[in-house]
Design a protein around this ligand. Structure first.
Ligand code: ADP
Length: 217
């Protein structure tokens, strides 16, 4: 299966993507995670990406599209993938279509995670992420780890992303509305969009998504 996950920052894309990818046995490709890996390794790509990310802006398409395509070229993605955070604007969506067409393949679904905006802000402000595995996500109020600052799953250090501070979050939401939301109409025209209400327990949202993909229990 080839799936795209869209939704505002804080909709739970990363959390859902990790579960869905495991259930569907396809790799989870997150451009945000790829950028963060480059930042922590200090690569030139990471240095360039960081300035845009910390300001809440999108990293330029030229850099992002190449990075996403390189990742989709890897052997584990040959049978399918779950894209999380890519595409994020119309230029990227068109580039992805061209790439897939060139390979004679196509997307199966675009899952649109829907969450009210005030909820999004609350979720992000308290979000704490494990340094060792970004799928291990906690919240300072709603999903506290047993020991403050320590990941329950693997013992990694929990931290707040630089772009999760309030001003940056507002900017990211603005960018989401102006640049990312238009891709939902683009994919609606291709009849690929399934809207998933993303409030409620993580497992419930995953079940909704799996049913939408025809893989429900
Ligand atoms: P979230 O969905 O919570 O905003 P991500 O981890 O997906 O978090 O993305 C974090 C940041 O990485 C974005 O705000 C943006 O700066 C950059 N980024 C991620 N994916 C893309 C993309 N496809 N195009 C441009 N920038 C991106």
């Amino acid at each position: 299966m080839r799936i795209v996950l869209v939704g505002p920052p804080g909709a739970g894309k990363g959390t859902q993507a990790a579960y869905l990818a495991r259930n569907l046995e396809i790799p989870h490709i997150s451009t945000g995670d790829l950028f963060r890996a480059n930042i922590s390794q200090g690569t030139p790509l990471g240095v360039e990406a960081k300035s845009y990310m910390d300001a809440g802006n999108l990293v330029p398409d030229s850099v992002t599209i190449r990075m996403a395509e390189d990742r989709m070229e890897q052997a584990d993605a040959a049978g399918g993938f779950l894209l999380d955070g890519f595409p994020r604007n119309l230029g990227q969506a068109e580039a992805l279509d061209t790439y897939l067409k060139g390979k004679g393949i196509s997307l199966d679904a675009v899952l649109d995670l829907e969450v009210p905006e005030d909820e999004v802000v609350k979720r992000i402000a308290g979000r704490r992420i494990c340094r060792k595995n970004s799928a291990h996500v906690f919240h300072a109020e709603y999903s506290k780890p047993k020991t403050e600052g320590v990941c329950d799953v693997c013992g990694g250090e929990l931290y707040q992303r630089d772009d999760d501070h309030e001003d940056t979050v507002r900017k990211r939401l603005e960018v989401y509305h102006s640049e990312t939301e238009p891709i939902i109409d683009y994919y609606k025209a291709q009849e690929l969009v399934v809207t998933i209400p993303a409030l409620g327990k993580v497992e419930e949202v995953t079940q909704r998504a799996m049913s939408a993909l025809g893989r429900g229990e």
